[in-house]
Design a binder for this molecule. Structure first.
Ligand code: NDP
Ligand code: OXD
Length: 308
């Protein structure tokens, strides 16, 4: 019984040390080294190697190194292999910091002041309190719910939207496609943190933008595939949206000629909103392995039917 780790050498080093200490009984292989292929029961990867079924015929669990699993080629995962996404504290902390930074930057006009600085313009507005901004966050899951809690503590008026109804103290909750329009109508700053699935692909589109109050801000830290890219610049140029903060794009990296790079109202970051730190991520997988071996439910099990 062994595990194969498929990511960067820097991460592999930390993981292998953690495993050597905690589970010397499980041989730890760093891709492309695998040991005897029929011994491999576990694979930890951001993207999977091709043809998993032939490569590792006895694979039992695939651990995604990300909270999302859309980057894995699920068609390549043999039926019966459990898919587990990353659920751990450093991902949550990073996402809280990123969304808070983006919301505060919009609320305190920092994107406008950055544009003004480039033009040598000294023109300030009296600041408005946080409670006058309605933040609507799509995806009240492992990441979205603690982000909402932090935004509430900063005084923002918060709404959350999810598939099933979720309760977060101080947050008005909306659920399902039937309540999306009502959620959007009350949202000045829209944060996208849903997983990328068949139901959410292209959800950030012209029709959705038109349901937001005029001048709303979009923060996408889900996946590039959530956004219909051709709809964004017209929405910004018409003033329907006044700012977009994009951490994710299609493709990544964005090609140098892409119009998003130079648009004055788009702030781009290179998919850095949050990432699992190797030490806590390895501990999360070790904890899940213990649960799995004890026949207990693991944390972060993917329901392939619903896609997340
Ligand atoms: P979770 O699975 O814990 O939460 C997902 C949330 O989205 C749930 O509240 C779920 O509803 C809701 N949701 C899913 N589908 C729909 C739908 N069709 N309609 C309405 N709500 C829906 O995921 P995480 O919070 O851990 O992660 C979310 C995503 O964040 C990841 O999939 C990834 O794409 C992205 N991410 C981006 C990072 C970055 O650096 N940019 C870093 C990490 C993650 P319900 O509660 O009812 O299940
Ligand atoms: C993730 C990511 O899904 O880093 O964890 O985007």
């Amino acid at each position: 019984m062994s595990i194969v780790f498929h990511h960067t050498p820097e991460r592999a080093k930390i993981w292998s040390e953690k495993f050597a200490k905690a589970r010397p009984d499980i041989p730890f292989h760093i891709w492309p080294e695998t040991g005897p292929k029929e011994d491999v029961r576990y694979l930890a990867a951001w993207k999977t190697p091709d043809d998993l079924a032939t490569l590792f015929p006895n694979l039992e669990v695939l651990f995604s190194l990300g909270a999302g699993i859309d980057q894995l080629n699920l068609a390549n995962v043999p039926p019966g292999v459990k898919i587990i996404r990353m659920v751990e504290s450093s991902l949550v902390e990073g996402m809280i910091e990123y969304v808070l930074w983006a919301v505060l930057s919009f609320h305190r006009d920092m994107f406008r002041y950055a544009r003004q600085q480039r033009e040598h313009v000294w023109d300030g507005s009296h600041n408005r309190p946080a409670k006058l901004y309605r933040v609507g966050l799509m995806g009240m899951g492992e990441l979205g719910s603690p982000v909402l809690e932090k935004l509430v503590s900063f005084g923002y008026e918060c709404r959350g939207w999810s598939r099933s109804r979720r309760e977060v103290p101080g947050v008005k909750s909306f659920a399902g496609a039937g309540e999306l329009d009502a959620f959007l109508a009350e949202t000045d700053i829209l944060v996208c943190l849903v997983p990328l699935t068949d139901a959410t692909r292209g959800i950030l589109n012209r029709s959705l933008f038109e349901k937001l109050p005029k001048g709303a801000c979009l923060i996408n830290c889900g996946r590039g595939g959530h956004l219909v890219q051709d709809d964004l610049i017209p929405a910004l140029d018409s003033g329907q949206l006044s700012q977009a903060v994009l951490d994710v794009a299609t493709p990544e990296p964005l090609p140098p000629e892409h119009p998003f790079w130079n648009h004055p109202r788009i702030f781009l970051t290179p998919h850095i909103a949050s990432a699992a730190q190797s030490d806590t991520a390895a501990e999360a997988v070790l904890a899940n392995l213990r649960r799995y071996e004890a026949g207990e439910p693991m944390t972060g099990v993917i329901d392939t039917g619903r896609g997340y």
